[in-house]
Each structure stands twice: as C-alpha cells, then as structure tokens.
Design a protein around this ligand. Structure first.
Ligand code: NDP
Length: 329
C-alpha cells in the first residue's frame, strides 16, 4: 500500500525482532522499514527521531510510548504494535484520543509464561539455586535430614492474584501437583475458574490463607504497589511469593524486609523495578529470593510467533483492515 504521494508507508521498529516478523513485513511490500538495529533498547532521542513521520510503530515493553513520542511521530501514525501482551508502557488515553489503533500479543505467550512461572515457584519453594550453588562451592558434605528443605505443593493452598489468561494457565499446571485449594482474586469472579475448582475470595483472605501466592494480574493504578508491607505481614511465615506480572506491583523494600526478617519464606520474581535490577540491589543478597531477568515468554517458538503476530498486527493497522489481535479500549 502506498501513501497518497505514491510512497511506501513508513514503519519504525524500536528493536531487532524475531526473523518470523521481519519476513512478514518484507513480503507484504507495503512498507519501508527502518529499525533500531540492536538487541539493546533504543535511546529516547533515537526513538523520537526514528518515529518521525512513521505510519506504523512496532515497539517493546521497554519503550515508553507517551504524548512526546506520539507528537514526534506526527499525524501519519495509524498503528502501534507492541511485542507484548502487557500494554502498561503505552499512554492509552493519548493514543485513543488520536485515533491510533493498537495491536498486542495475547494468548500466544500464555503457555510459555505459565510454564516459567511454575518453574520459578518450584525453584523458590524447593531452593533450587541454593542447591546448585552448594554443589559447586563444596557445601554439599553429605545427605542431611534437615538440609535445604523447602515447601511442597501437595496438599497446599495456592492463591492466584489475577486469574486471567496466564493466571488460569498457571492454575491448570499447578493443580496436578496435588494442590488442595485454589483461591483467586481480581475484579470479577470467573466462570471458567470451575475447571480448577477456583474459589473467588477477597484479596486479604487469599493472602492470609495461601501457602503459595502467584501474582499474574495486569499492571493498573490499582495493582501498582499492591504487594506492600501490609500485604506481606498478612502472609504465612511459611508462604512463598511469586511475581511474573510487572515489577512495580511489588514494593521491593517491603519485600526485602519480609524476606530478610523471616516474615515470609521465599520469593521468586521474573519481573523487577527497575529492569535490569542493579547487581548491587539488596534483594540479590538474599538466598531466599530467586530473581530471573523477565524471561516469561522466552521460548524460541513463542518469540517467533510473537514476532509474526506483531508484524501482522502492524500490517492490519497500516492497511485499515482487521488485526489478528487488536486491543480494544
Ligand atoms: P489478562 O488480561 O488475561 O489477565 C489479567 C488479569 O489481571 C485479569 O484476570 C484481571 O482480572 C486481573 N486484574 C486486573 N486488575 C486487578 C486487580 N486490581 N486485582 C487483581 N487482579 C486484577 O492478561 P494475561 O494473563 O495475558 O497477562 C497478565 C499480565 O502478565 C500482563 O499484563 C503482563 O503484565 C504480564 N506478563 C508477564 C510476562 C513475563 O514475561 N513475565 C509475559 C506476559 C505477560 P479481572 O478480569 O477480574 O479484571
């Protein structure tokens, strides 16, 4: 498709994306692609420059797309396609006001993220990184009855905060471990929760009754800072806390205090504030805190499918046709 002046439409990609996505964009033959050709994030100044005059923008969750970026892009901008299911990095009100369409990547990363969250829960609860370290540093002297004990899922109560696509997929994977009760909280009860015998409870009940708490909600003004001192003080001392949603849902100072004082047993975080977490961050000094570098959706196939979907969304927006996954707001 060409502009009124007979030129190809301009799109700006804020990063190298999986080849599956690039192939789709090239094959379409309707756009001229310029790209921040790196695996590292685009600097703000380069983003503001790169987006100038663009009809389409393909971005990542690390790019803050606000009024300044939209102004820099100018009136041509028809579509923003984000290579993520989370869209808290997009100034939705501003985007809506300007009639720009948004594509995102729900569903296709659900299984990978749920799988990683289960791995993280088990790693934190059964102290896997500590065990690996002891094998390497000679701390493994013999089989000892009370050494490196943790907490098991069998017979436990699991609380899922945000039983959405990913939360539900986590619950489905945890139930076969012999979980006794599956509690969940959120804005509304879900019919589909019956499949995992989910009990819809107030957040306070979930926090105080769960042995494992998994946070899988979206980041909103209500969920920002939700897991704070009051939250951790209601958890069991044997409780394990896992977050694979967004880092800022957690007050990390309060989490550090809860973990270091023995208020809670362990935590697993796939997401932090900031990202990357500075290597001298206090949380990284704790043996009972497992921190991963935001790799929830990081399987080769998932990233390829996300790349392809984000390219198709972009093309749909450019052509004014259906997008496979359009965010409705
Ligand atoms: P969904 O929209 O399907 O689920 C989000 C859930 O959050 C909904 O169930 C919603 O409940 C719940 N929620 C919203 N507000 C609240 C609240 N105040 N309290 C409790 N729950 C709330 O999204 P996905 O499951 O696809 O993704 C969820 C999030 O996971 C994404 O927004 C993203 O931030 C994160 N993510 C992280 C990844 C990683 O690599 N670690 C990978 C992919 C996603 P209700 O319907 O009742 O409003």
């Amino acid at each position: 498709m060409q502009t009124a002046a007979g030129k190809l439409m301009k799109v700006f990609l804020t990063r190298r994306i999986p080849p599956e996505g690039m192939k789709i964009l090239s094959a379409a033959g309707i756009c001229e692609v310029s790209q921040w050709d790196s695996d590292e994030p685009v600097q703000r100044a380069d983003l503001l420059k790169g987006v100038q005059g663009a009809h389409g923008l393909l971005c990542l969750l690390s790019d803050k797309i606000d009024a300044e970026v939209l102004d820099a892009a100018g009136p041509n901008l028809k579509v923003i396609s984000t290579l993520s299911v989370g869209y808290d990095h997009l100034a939705i009100d501003e985007i809506k006001k300007r009639g720009i369409r948004v594509g995102y990547t729900p569903d296709v990363l659900t299984d990978a993220t749920a799988e990683l969250t289960v791995a993280l829960l088990l790693a934190a609860a059964r102290r896997l990184p500590e065990g690996v370290e002891e094998v390497k540093n000679g701390g493994w002297s013999s089989w000892k009855p009370l050494w490196l004990c943790g907490y098991g899922l069998s017979g436990s109560t699991v609380g899922v905060i945000g039983l959405g696509r990913i939360g539900m997929a986590i619950a489905q994977r945890l139930m076969p471990f012999g979980v006794k009760r599956l509690l969940y909280s959120g804005r509304t009860a879900k019919d589909y929760a019956a499949e995992v015998n989910g009990e819809y409870v107030p957040l306070d009940t979930l926090v105080s009754e769960s042995d494992f708490i998994v946070v899988s909600c979206s980041l909103t003004p209500e969920t920002q800072g939700m897991c704070d001192k009051a939250f951790f003080s209601k958890m069991k001392n044997t409780g394990v806390f896992v977050n694979s949603s967004r880092g800022i849902v957690v007050n990390q100072e309060d989490l550090y205090a809860a973990l270091s004082s023995g208020q809670i047993a362990a935590a697993g975080l796939d997401v932090t504030t900031p990202e990357p977490l500075p290597t001298n961050h206090p949380l990284l000094t704790l043996k009972n805190c497992v921190v991963l570098p935001h790799i929830g959706s990081a399987t080769y196939s998932t990233r390829g499918i996300m790349g392809a979907l984000s390219a198709q969304n972009l093309l749909g927006g450019l052509q004014g046709t259906d997008m496979p996954s359009e965010l409705t707001f």
